[in-house]
Write a protein that binds this ligand. Structure first.
Ligand code: SF4
Ligand code: FES
Length: 576
């Protein structure tokens, strides 16, 4: 197998990888800015310079030259090379700053060059604390500055589009953002204008940077030049904890990080998963953070004399049981949810079976024309596949409406959905029907007719599994704390959300931002118990194990196997 020597260490390689990527893949750190593995390689920042030598050949014979000891003679290129654009070749010898003073000096000089006109904005820049330029200036730059003249000034606070702001002074002209719009999203909405030290990215005349993936340039900008119009100046990177999870605005299951401060979700950024969303995230996924903070319930409620009033959880459970007790199973409609996790839907099917009702159905939320061939789908729910794999079918609207209007259905049990807003049933239809509702936000229109309203934990507050449209089973973890002690949720908090003693950690930790809600995998067993049908689980992990054991469509989807990147399930009906 061909070999390359990097800082006196020999590595084997296959095919011809790029040298920078090969180093990064093997734990050899090299500073870089313009290189991005998904895009073309302009090699314009010059920060990734290394010394490179290759085995010398005799010009006349073409044979490898060897020294007196029989070792190949290495001929170094006369100038330093950009490792991002160089193919690794057999016998190549590479020196990074660890073994070459020349490289160390070149990297310091390049950094000094990049910083000549860079403003000292770090104290107020949103990128500070997670800024490649800042980090690499510490690691590879000189101490202090030798420049005492006025820096070149460029436009600041430029609104490139509705969601992205530009501070042109901070730009180092790496062209990652323009290449993104040319090569990845293909919107061609950004280009570089002006020349020399005065150039910066801008929209072409008459164009607005408003494509549905525009905010990806914020992630890939290696400095703080591009920031989110929504979340800039709201939280510093070190005040927030980030939790790896998935987005739930559609059926793609794009991987993301939820950034939380003070039990509020402050922003959502892309997380790499090459099988699902690669490096990217749609803007709609990033802007989804507000519904985790706003219009959240204040606690469980029961309806008394026409008004919903706060109640204890125990009282609300008992009230739900009293409403349903005495009804025949056929008189209760159970609605599962493509917003809820596999575990929650599974428990709902068990409760329905225990009460002798038909299997739950779920409401489809399809928005024709919304999807594209990339990360947005017509289906605006994250778990329709999970429902169908559990045997929960889409609801037949006509049948349900006519049965409710004929008085055949006397109670509706709704798991984490809004049948009124979805147009399945009107408030009139439900006026004589008992309604138990698990819900996320007080904007849920079915609340107006609910007899028992149980606040449900959202994706950022629970543990559970979702199955994407393409059949990837992925699990989520709590990014923020909810009220009440739940050992499972505490244990599942990401490492960044707790300190080494297991104490929840982020700035200005605030009890009043904790929502009084519970995961439905906690409320459903509590209600089933009151009916005399014990559902004894240690937590969602055990529930999912039972799903895997009883449903071949989930074969292999254990928590351990799903890890952080999920597992691809067999197509429904596909032979194992
Ligand atoms: S704005 Fe950022 S991504 Fe775009 S060219 Fe400048 S430094 Fe690069
Ligand atoms: S990363 Fe190689 S030149 Fe920019």
């Amino acid at each position: 197998m061909p070999k390359v020597t990097i800082d006196d260490q020999v590595y084997e390689f296959e095919e011809r990888p790029k040298l920078l990527q090969f180093c990064l893949d093997h734990g050899v750190e090299l500073p870089h800015f313009c290189y991005h593995p998904a895009m073309s390689i302009p090699a314009n920042c010059r920060q990734c310079l290394v010394e490179v030598g290759t085995p010398a050949r005799d010009r006349a014979t073409g044979d490898l030259k060897v020294d007196d000891d029989g070792n190949p003679v290495i001929q170094f290129f006369p100038k330093l090379q950009t490792s991002c654009s160089m193919d690794v070749s057999d016998g190549m010898v590479v020196k990074t700053k660890r073994t070459s003073n020349l490289v160390k000096r070149a990297q310091e000089d390049t950094m000094e060059f990049l910083l000549i006109n860079h403003p000292l904005d770090c104290p107020i820049c949103d990128q500070a604390g997670r800024c490649p330029l800042q980090i690499q200036a510490y690691k590879y730059g000189r101490e202090g500055s030798r420049f005492e003249f006025r820096k070149v000034h460029k436009p600041k606070k430029v609104k490139l589009g509705p969601r992205v702001m530009l501070d042109a002074e901070r730009c180092i002209n790496c062209t990652r953002c323009t290449r993104f719009t040319q090569e990845i999203s293909e919107s061609h909405q950004l280009t570089i204008i002006s020349r020399g030290v005065k150039n910066y990215p801008m929209t072409p005349p008459g164009m607005v940077f408003d494509e549905p993936y525009s905010m990806n340039v914020i992630d890939i900008c290696p400095v703080g030049a591009l920031t989110s119009a929504e979340s800039r100046f709201k939280a510093r990177a070190w005040e927030m904890s980030s939790t790896p999870s998935i987005s739930t605005t559609n059926a793609k299951g794009s991987n993301c990080f939820y950034w939380v401060r003070d039990n509020l979700v402050m922003e959502i950024t892309a997380r790499q998963n090459m099988a699902v969303n690669e490096y990217w995230l749609a803007d709609e996924d990033r802007l989804d953070y507000k519904r985790f903070n706003d219009d959240r319930p204040t606690g469980p409620q029961v309806r008394r004399e026409g008004t919903l009033v706060l109640a204890s959880w125990e009282h609300a459970y008992q009230h739900a049981v009293d409403l349903l007790a005495g009804l025949d199973g056929s008189e209760i409609l159970f609605l599962g949810s493509a917003y809820a996790t596999v575990e929650d839907n599974f428990l709902l099917t068990k409760l329905a079976a225990a009460l002798g009702a038909d299997a739950p159905r779920y409401i489809q939320h399809i928005e024709p024309g919304h999807g594209d061939d990339w990360l947005r789908t017509d289906d605006r729910t994250p778990n329709a596949q999970g429902c169908e794999r559990l045997g929960i079918q889409p609801v037949d609207e006509t049948v349900v409406r006519s049965r409710v209007q004929a008085g055949e259905i006397k109670a509706v049990y709704v798991l984490e959905d809004d049948p009124v807003n979805a147009g399945l049933l009107s408030l009139d239809d439900l006026s004589d029907v008992r309604v138990v509702l698990h819900y996320y936000n007080t904007t849920n229109e079915t609340l107006d007719t609910a007899d028992v309203a149980l606040p449900a934990a959202m994706v950022v507050e629970t543990v559970g599994t979702y199955v994407s449209q393409d059949g990837y089973a992925q699990r989520v973890r709590p990014a923020k704390a909810i009220r009440g002690v739940n050992r499972t949720l505490r244990m599942e908090m990401g490492a960044s959300r707790t300190d080494r003693h297991g104490t929840p950690f982020d700035r200005w930790y605030n009890e009043s931002h904790k929502i009084d809600c519970k995961p439905s995998w906690e409320t459903l067993p509590a209600i089933a118990d009151l009916f005399g049908h014990a559902m004894t689980y240690k937590g969602p992990k055990q529930i999912m194990q039972e799903v895997v054991d009883t449903h071949p469509a989930f074969d292999g989807a254990t928590y351990q196997a799903m890890g952080l990147q999920g597992v691809r399930l067999q197509e429904i009906g596909e032979p194992a």
